[in-house]
Design a protein around this ligand. Structure first.
Ligand code: KQY
Length: 368
């Protein structure tokens, strides 16, 4: 495979918006017993439901370990789903997979960020993470895509959202966290984003959602729905720990101008009522040093923003919550050209994320 010493910007490549056409979506099969309860069996059913929902709109490729290959094959038998044997540490391909970039001549390449399991030895969620750090390279190799490697620069795909027109949204809580790139200033981090993704403007929200174990990934809190318009998780309940986070994000978004000079339209989507794991659910997770603590008193960072845009569809989580119907209606209104499919998200949330976190879209070549 070719690893390039230049940058995507210098070579005329940019990160497209998620709503631009995809050739496929990537996933990884869950099995890690200190993250997924009962050896990952309930999570595997949840991931399979997500894969099948996506496969109605576009092809899905799923990385799976040798030990799980036969089981996954049996559970994922679908003409639009293929399995590839890939060794991983866990199943969060949004963060371990490449961030694909495209040019106008029909080429797709990938940025392979350094991955440190959301914080390395300063709050990271497992060790070792080497196999996960190699996922992006392996995917790019399978796809015969050229690779840019940001050796030593830590970033996860869930920490960024772009509009495809030069603007990126992230959070200070994550990207300025001392456990990601403590040797770099905000300006130096912006320079990396400019060079690797062809970004001109970075919008920094102060924090992500309360108790997000990724240190506040933006993809669980705020996303683009089209250029100039974002969707923000929201609560009006002053007793909700998310209240001040939502207010602070709104202040930044209202004051922001994007790379095209636009003021943003900010749409709101309610957060579901507080979600907690049951004692039984917690008891099903293996105990391991350094793993995220699983305990019923801990509120999980449930969010409807953690959805994936696919070709003609929106694949969004539902939580058996009274807000599910409202969330679906908001997504249907904001994406009139897409079909909204709500898939159970609780089991994925128990592992620490949701649908956007477990998927990585691969853009289709453009402009040939
Ligand atoms: O949400 C994500 N992007 C990753 C969450 C990782 C949780 C590990 N327990």
């Amino acid at each position: 495979m070719t690893t390039l010493n230049s940058t995507p910007r210098a070579d005329g490549f940019r990160m497209p918006a998620e709503w631009e056409p995809h050739s496929q979506t990537w996933m990884v099969w869950p099995e890690r017993p200190d993250n997924w309860r009962l050896g990952g069996k309930p999570a595997q059913a949840a991931f399979a439901a997500v894969a099948r929902a996506i496969a109605e709109f576009e092809p899905v490729s799923i990385g799976v370990s040798a030990g799980q290959y036969e089981n996954a094959q049996a559970r994922l038998d679908h003409p639009n789903i293929r399995l590839l044997e890939i060794s991983t540490d866990d199943a969060w391909v949004r963060d371990t997979g490449p961030t694909f970039v495209i040019n106008n001549a029909g080429e797709v390449r990938g940025v392979d960020w350094t991955f440190n399991a959301w914080g390395g030895f300063n709050g990271g969620l497992y060790w070792p993470w080497l196999r996960d750090d190699e996922v992006a390279r392996k995917i790019l190799q399978v796809e015969r895509c050229k690779r840019y490697r940001t050796e030593g620069f830590v970033l996860e795909g869930g920490a960024i959202h772009v509009d495809g027109e030069g603007t990126l949204i992230t959070t200070e809580e994550c990207l300025l966290n001392q456990n990601r790139n403590p040797h770099l200033s905000r300006e130096q981090i912006e320079t990396m984003l400019r060079e690797q993704l062809s970004i001109d403007t970075v919008i920094w929200l102060p924090d992500g959602l309360y108790n997000d174990e990724t240190d506040g990934h933006v993809d669980n809190f705020c996303c683009y729905v089209r250029p100039g318009e974002v969707l923000l998780a929201w609560t009006d309940d002053q007793n909700d720990p998310n209240y001040s986070r939502c207010q602070a994000a709104m202040r930044v978004l209202e004051a922001a101008r994007d790379a095209k000079g636009r003021q943003l339209v900010v749409h709101k989507i309610p957060v579901p009522a507080a979600i907690h794991a049951t004692q039984e659910e917690c008891d099903g997770v293996d105990i391991a040093e350094g793993a995220q603590e699983r305990e019923p008193s801990i509120r999980l960072a449930g969010s409807y923003v953690n959805f994936l845009i696919v070709n003609g569809g929106i694949i969004a989580p539902k939580f058996d919550d009274p807000m599910d119907a409202e969330a679906e209606a908001i997504l249907a209104r904001l994406f009139p050209e897409h079909r909204v499919v709500m898939v159970p998200g609780r089991e994925i949330l128990l592992g620490g994320g949701n649908i956007h976190c477990i998927t990585q879209q691969q853009p289709a070549p453009q402009g040939r």
